[in-house]
Design a binder for this molecule. Structure first.
Ligand code: TYD
Ligand code: MG
Length: 454
């Protein structure tokens, strides 16, 4: 029996040390070291594998033709994965508790027709999973449930019944006998993932791993977890809101710019195929303080409603608050308005909200934010058929943004009659013949002059 070894492992990056350290020298995080007692049993096949030889292949002779993709039964998920599931790939799905990771995993398990799917849960009982499946209302004869946390037992079961798709909910509950530390610890997570990866590559079975996230929003467990898997998908969204965004933050088989929007309903997650139509509320009457921005998230154009409320400050220090938008950027835009357009907002409360509970980081939303603020401040509504796409610089100039043609065509598709963009795009858009009126703006003053001046 090998002697137990006590090591201290950083729960953030996975670095280890023989003694406890307050601050991790590798990732500079404080108080992340935790004690782990490991008894690593000698692997039997070590001598065998060292004697086995593998032949190198000429790169020009490696065939790439037959990379067939497997349909997951959820078209948004297929798109995020880069066109479907790749055999033998390991997909890690991360997200906050209660966001819908288990729901989407079970939906995949139930909706993949013609595939034998294995849903291994270490968190819920089979009865709970059955209740959830009833709630989802999808019937399947190919979905098997196993409630097990021991990696060796799982691998033995897999060996006997070789499923086509494997789902593990969650990787933090799985533990291996070879290491004597508590489940969820860095070493356990790392070893279990490595073994499952080995299984996936050897058998060609795609594996979905569900992962918890830590309080900073990163995937719990060491960074190495993200390094070893093929695809990392992050579930984002607001609990109070029904929309959820699934985003690829790493994808060895496709673009990471892909994202999909889902709506949590009473019977599971439903794909939102026309997000722009949902994110824009249709008011009949004109309301001041709202502006529509033509943004792009990843590769996807999204028309989003920006809502602003500017009111006289009740307390000495005016409040500024932003939901779905960076507060520092809001402060910067307010400063630009003050300095460049002579707008005195210093004594006003400014509240900003992005409709639908979505977080936007695309700088093209700047012009929409400014327009919404000006609209609320002057109490003049912007006609509903107008949308904006442009970044605002510190000097007050409207800067060009990427994928402008995509934004224009999305606005056109949704029935907008006018889009305001940066005048820097004038030259590059000469070949375009859109049915939408394009207005070029050079400075923020232009917005004020054309829409809000009495
Ligand atoms: P769940 O998938 O259990 O979250 P996670 O595995 O990420 O922790 O999602 C649970 C939440 O989703 C819970 O608050 C209930 C809600 N929900 C619905 O609104 N509709 C449904 O059909 C299901 C299955 C769950
Ligand atoms: Mg869960």
């Amino acid at each position: 029996m090998p002697k137990p070894r006590t090591t201290y492992v950083c729960s953030n990056c996975g670095a280890n040390s023989s003694k406890w350290i307050g601050r991790c020298p590798s990732c500079n995080e404080w108080n992340t070291y935790a004690e782990e007692v490991t008894v690593k049993k000698k692997e039997k096949f070590l001598t065998q594998s060292s004697s086995a030889r593998s032949e190198p292949e000429l790169i020009s002779q490696i065939s790439t033709e037959k990379e067939n993709r497997i349909d997951t039964g959820i078209s948004e998920l297929n798109r995020i994965l880069g066109g479907g599931l790749v055999p033998g790939s390991v997909v890690l799905i991360g997200g906050e508790p209660g966001i819908g990771k288990s729901t989407i995993a079970l939906q995949v398990g139930l909706s993949m027709r013609g595939f034998k799917t294995f849903y291994i849960s270490g968190e819920e009982s089979s009865r709970q999973i059955k209740l959830r499946a009833d709630r989802l209302g999808v019937k399947s004869d190919n979905c098997y449930i196993l409630c097990e946390t021991m990696l060796e037992t799982i691998l033995a079961t897999l060996h006997n019944s070789s499923p086509d798709i494997l789902i593990i909910d969650s990787i933090q509950t799985i533990q291996t006998e070879t290491i004597e530390s508590s489940p969820g610890s860095v070493t356990q997570v790392r070893e279990s993932t490595a073994s499952l990866l080995k299984y996936a590559k050897k058998s060609g079975t795609p594996v979905f791993l569900i992962g918890h996230i830590n309080k900073e929003g990163g995937l719990a467990g060491p960074k190495v977890l993200e390094h070893i898997v093929d695809v990392v998908l992050q579930f984002e969204g607001d609990h109070n809101n029904m929309y959820r965004i699934l985003r690829a933050s790493k994808n060895r088989f496709g673009a990471t710019s892909e994202m999909g929007i889902f709506e949590m309903q009473g019977n599971g997650l439903r794909e939102v195929l026309n997000p722009s139509e949902i994110l824009i509320t249709n008011h009949d009457e004109k309301l001041s303080g709202t502006a529509i921005s033509a943004t792009v998230d990843g590769a996807r154009p999204l028309l989003i409603e920006v809502q602003a409320l500017v009111s006289s400050a009740v307390y000495g220090t005016p409040q500024r608050s932003a939901t779905g938008f960076d507060l520092r950027r809001l402060n910067m835009l307010l400063a630009v308005l003050e300095k460049q357009a002579g707008f005195r907002l210093g004594a006003k409360d400014v509240f900003l909200n992005i409709a639908g509970g979505i977080r936007v980081s695309d700088p093209a939303i700047d012009m929409g934010v400014i327009a919404a603020i000006l609209s609320s401040s002057t109490d003049r509504a912007i006609p509903r058929e107008i949308c904006f796409a442009g970044e605002v610089g510190l000097t007050g100039e409207i800067r060009p943004v990427a994928r402008i043609e995509q934004r224009i065509s999305e606005a056109e598709k949704l029935g907008f009659t006018k889009i305001v963009i940066s005048s820097h795009h004038k030259k590059s858009l000469t070949h375009l013949n859109p049915h939408i009126e394009i207005t070029f703006a050079g400075k923020v003053q232009y917005l004020f002059r054309s829409f809000f001046k009495k």
